[in-house]
Design a protein around this ligand. Structure first.
Ligand SMILES: Nc1ncnc2c1ncn2[C@@H]1O[C@H](COP(=O)(O)OP(=O)(O)OP(=O)(O)O)[C@@H](O)[C@H]1O
Ligand SMILES: Cc1ncsc1CCO
Ligand SMILES: [Mg+2]
Length: 248
């Protein structure tokens, strides 16, 4: 598969130049880490979940994340309003169907969100399998008219026209909470500067993976990995993206 490092480096530069505002309806576990990841990267997070506020925040943002990790009544009311406002403002939405494999109610909500037309669905293997109902990744992406960013030890970003594999990252990324949630927010930030959702998704996961590899070298375990990861995201540049690609 074609390397997307050049497009990733260009999108990262564009992201830092534009500092896109990313509105995140995300779970209570992931909120703080997600905001820190976006800020370290050069984007500007907002996190309100109040239905009175969400439409205004989305309309004045450049990207939207909808993450289903902890859905209370406020988030449930805000999600359709957020999709509507994003549609009105021409923003692509990233859906993170956290734990859609764990309960029928969560899966039903994830399917309702899928019907609202997210540009990217970022999911791990269990969540993607639950949403896909037996379809393979590409068949699912085509049927749902979206781009699936399927994460794990190797990531796959696929839609009806493109497929990219991202072979970066480190096992420590799965030993802290909310790394996937943060990856989804980063995909929303890349989608603000790169209109092709497959490139935006692959660029986001490349940046996450390369930062994870570098941070793992500078840390002793999950605790020291988190600050090392933020530091690495902050300083990551094109030269280090290319160097990581050569050693992958
Ligand atoms: N074993 C691994 N090796 C390399 N990279 C990994 C590994 N596990 C996870 N990652 C990376 O970590 C990020 C999060 O992916 P993951 O599939 O763990 O998300 P998730 O299960 O939704 O996480 P969470 O729900 O805790 O937020 C991705 O960038 C992925 O590539
Ligand atoms: C652990 C956990 N539980 C609900 S959301 C969340 C964060 C990672 O998805
Ligand atoms: Mg997740």
């Amino acid at each position: 598969m074609e390397s997307i490092v050049g497009r990733t480096a260009a999108a990262l530069e564009g992201l830092r130049a534009r500092a896109p505002r990313i509105h995140c309806i995300t779970n209570t576990v992931a909120q703080n880490f997600t905001a820190n990841v976006l800020l370290a990267l050069g984007a500007v997070p907002s996190m309100t979940v109040a239905p009175q506020e969400v439409p205004g925040f989305v309309k004045s943002a450049q990207g939207l994340l909808v993450n289903l990790g902890t859905v209370d009544d406020e988030r449930r009311a805000s999600i359709p309003l957020a999709f509507q406002a994003a549609g009105d403002a021409g923003l692509g939405v990233v859906l993170d169907p956290v734990l859609a494999n764990r309960s029928r109610a969560r899966l039903d909500l994830a399917l309702e969100c899928l019907a609202m037309g997210p540009a990217i669905v970022r999911a791990n293997a269990e969540e993607a399998a639950a949403l896909s109902g037996g379809l393979g990744p590409r068949e699912f992406a085509v049927a749902a008219n979206t781009t699936l960013a399927l994460t794990g030890p190797v990531d796959l970003v696929v839609n009806g026209t493109s497929a990219y594999e991202v072979r970066h990252g480190h096992s420590l990324m799965a030993r802290i909470t909310a790394m996937g949630c943060a990856a989804s927010a980063v995909a929303a930030a890349f989608l603000a500067v790169e209109k092709d959702p497959a490139i935006a998704g692959a660029a986001a996961l490349t940046v996450m993976g390369v930062a994870g590899e570098e941070a793992a070298q500078a840390s002793r375990g999950p605790g020291s990995f988190v600050p090392a990861f933020l530091d690495t995201l902050y300083s990551l540049d094109a030269g280090r993206l290319w160097a990581a690609e050569e050693t992958a």
